[in-house]
Design a protein around this ligand. Structure first.
Ligand SMILES: Nc1ncnc2c1ncn2[C@@H]1O[C@H](COP(=O)(O)OP(=O)(O)OP(=O)(O)O)[C@@H](O)[C@H]1O
Ligand SMILES: [Mg+2]
Length: 369
């Protein structure tokens, strides 16, 4: 989809970008990361011709971008600028409509598109369309920045630290929302960040830069498991085994959960299954399979009193959905002091569990399945 071939950018003596080559395939998110001043923004600006390279070529869908007029090229590229960059004198709706207006869309189509995008980004069009950027929180403004970049449905998105100005909690929310949107829209995205956790969460490929050169280009899994040299190792940090867990979802490592319906003859079931039950605990569900709590088997056998041995739980508090990451699963285990967490579907039905031993295996192996 997009290919950079030996791109160099010099400012008199300084080489800001040095002989950079990489490709991003259609529908992929490529994350550029590296210390401040390593050339990330310069690369982004050369792709939409706000800057011209000193040497090298850039191809988008097989076409050398030098052959397109910059203003035509930019209409096909969504751009989210470092530090938000909304026009302060325009309302939210006017900001989102900038490129569609340039493209000569009708007023009605622009309004419809604006409402569609606000919905997509979780903002109520009635409430937000007529607001001015000065009245938005940092996170809201970032969402509008993303909506504006998506407005004319460009195949390529350039995002330069789009969530940089947002506090960590809101930032994580924006990342999760962005991934959801991306799964639907399948844009080709070049995303710049300083934040390694953000890169690990979002990237199909990470390009790690230092002083204008590519040090390692790899999947997040590989970069964390096999940092190429000391610089990468230091960059990804000593907790890289834990960071890697953010790449794997609970769904892929689900173990079978021993669950029992509360309406069965629990005493008999436990006695029948005794040899097979490895845990001291058994998940208990209602007739619909919805998680109700867990039963201490030993305590139950000692007293034969289900209410004594049953700990009732609120599924939303104790269980995870299958789309959580193993990093989140581990955090939950550590905070609750348990070695297995039940996993439920949207209707609170028990679908399996995730075990500490599985997570240990993944962090130790380096190569999960
Ligand atoms: N107009 C310019 N003239 C001279 N040097 C420049 C110019 N613009 C950028 N540079 C230099 O080029 C290098 C790369 O800058 P760039 O903005 O691409 O870095 P960055 O990786 O985006 O950094 P940050 O993470 O801080 O945003 C820096 O050393 C910067 O000082
Ligand atoms: Mg920058």
């Amino acid at each position: 989809m997009i290919e950079l071939k030996s791109i160099t950018k010099k400012y008199s003596k300084l080489t800001a970008v040095n002989e950079i080559s990489f490709r991003v395939e259609e529908g992929e998110i490529c994350v550029l990361i590296g210390p401040s001043g390593c050339g990330k923004t310069t690369i982004i600006k050369m792709i939409n011709r706000m800057l011209e390279p000193t040497s090298g070529e850039i191809y988008i869908q097989g076409k050398n971008i030098e052959e397109s007029k910059p203003e035509i090229l930019r209409r096909n590229i969504g751009y989210v600028i470092q530090n938000i960059g909304l026009f302060p004198h325009m309302t939210v709706a006017e900001n989102i409509g900038v490129v569609p207006r340039l493209l000569g869309w009708s007023k009605n189509s622009i309004t419809a598109r604006t409402e569609e995008l606000l919905d997509l980004l979780g903002l109520d069009p009635d409430e937000y369309s007529d607001k001015y950027p000065g009245k938005l929180s940092g996170g809201e403004a970032q969402r509008i920045g993303v909506a504006r970049a998506l407005a004319a449905d460009p195949p390529l998105l350039l995002m330069d630290e789009p969530f940089g100005a947002v506090d960590p909690l809101n930032r994580e929310r924006l990342q999760i929302e962005f991934l959801k949107i991306q799964r639907k829209l399948k844009k080709t995205v070049i995303f710049v960040t300083h934040d390694l956790d953000e890169a690990i969460r979002l990237a199909d490929t990470i390009v790690l830069l230092k002083e204008g050169s590519i040090i390692q280009k790899d999947t997040p899994e590989n970069m964390l498991a096999h940092p190429k040299n000391r610089f990468v190792k230091n960059f990804v940090g000593t907790d890289r085994a834990l960071k890697r867990l953010a790449r794997f979802t609970v769904a892929d490592y689900l173990s079978k959960a021993e669950g029992l319906c509360i309406e069965k003859n629990i005493s008999q079931c436990i006695k029948n299954k005794r040899d097979k039950l490895q845990n001291r605990f058994l998940w208990i569900t209602d007739r619909q399979g919805r998680l109700m709590g867990w039963l201490d088997i030993e305590a139950f056998l000692a007293q034969d009193d289900i209410e004594e041995a049953l700990t009732r739980v609120n599924p939303a508090e104790i269980a995870l959905g299958a789309d959580f990451t193993l990093k989140e699963a581990l955090a939950r285990m550590l905070s609750q002091g348990v070695s297995a967490i039940p996993v439920i579907d949207n209707a609170d039905r028990l679908i399996g569990e995730i075990n500490l031993s599985t997570i240990e295996k993944i962090t130790q192996e380096g190569y999960p399945k």
